[in-house]
Design a protein around this ligand. Sequence first.
Ligand SMILES: *Cc1c(COP(=O)(O)O)cnc(C)c1O
Length: 361
Amino acid sequence: MSLTFPLHRNPDPATDDAVARVLADPGFGDHFTDHMAVATWTKDGGWGADEIKPYGPFQVDPASAVLHYAQEVFEGLKAYRHDDGSVHLFRPEANARRFQASAARLMLPELPVDAFVASVTELVRAEERWVPGAAGEHSLYLRPFMFASEVFLGVRAAQTVTYSVIASPSGPYFAGGVKPVDIWVTDRWARAGVGGTGAAKCGGNYAASLIAQYEGYDHGCSQVLFIEAAGKDRVEELGGMNVFLVTGDGRLITPALTGTILDGITRNSILTVAADLGLRPEERRVTPDELFEGIADGSTVEAFSCGTAAVVTPIGAFKSGHGEWRLPEGGSAQTLAIRDAILDIQYGRAEDRYGWLRPVS
Ligand SMILES: *Cc1c(COP(=O)(O)O)cnc(C)c1O
């Protein structure tokens, strides 16, 4: 049975004035729209009870499995308004497939790709007026997620699951515009290990990375770069973003997907457009020594992080307990070109050469 997410309208939606006030300064993750998508899955009955309904709290039993064993996975994507007023999703099938892979890792059921795409599409259609204009990189951030909602304290593969999508109008992830951020390289904490859940987009990975994030704040950094935990000889990624290096001779280097790194859709899109910008992409192992020495000897000229929420953010320096490696000041030209190339496709300012956009209205 395919899920269609029929709309049951909120009888008491926000007023147009209230929506306008939010859209004038949406922030990130602070405001939520009038509706949410929901569906449930049971081991015996499969998927059903799909609808778009008024936004509101879940009833969660204290014995719900997710509260005890963290069986939860999520996604993040955005709806973009183009200058002609139309609204588009960016590669939602890629999010749908990754959601399936994340769910499979946590023994949660796989939501069919078309059901995932239907849920985000129907929610955005219902929330058209909440999609901000393109100015200032605003968008409607979408958060699909799934959790084990069965009332049972035994440890087992989920037998009852709640799926939902909520929507939040968003401005730039980092308030204050695109400026280089300093990155703390932790050799104390790990977010993932070989054979673990590092490649799954699950809430637990974020819980595990927070302590390192706060260690980074203590050193004046806003994000953390994780190094592979066991051998300490492979650069992985940030807590919620992938990482890239740009060399003076035009190579665009990012750590290969080894099972401990999240397969970012922004990462993949950047690797795809790299050649259009005259860069040669390389996915391979990057050692911490290569990272630091490349900056020290001047062969690495730029570094940046990337993800749906923050798009592409230049890195100013890497700092660790052993030193500080600062990239050339004001040298983010390639990073900004990559950033613009992705944003121009998302906002319909450049030709969608790779067929990534899905119009919803
Ligand atoms: C979501 C996420 C990313 C970025 O993925 P995108 O698909 O580009 O948004 C990178 N790393 C981690 C750990 C993530 O959770």
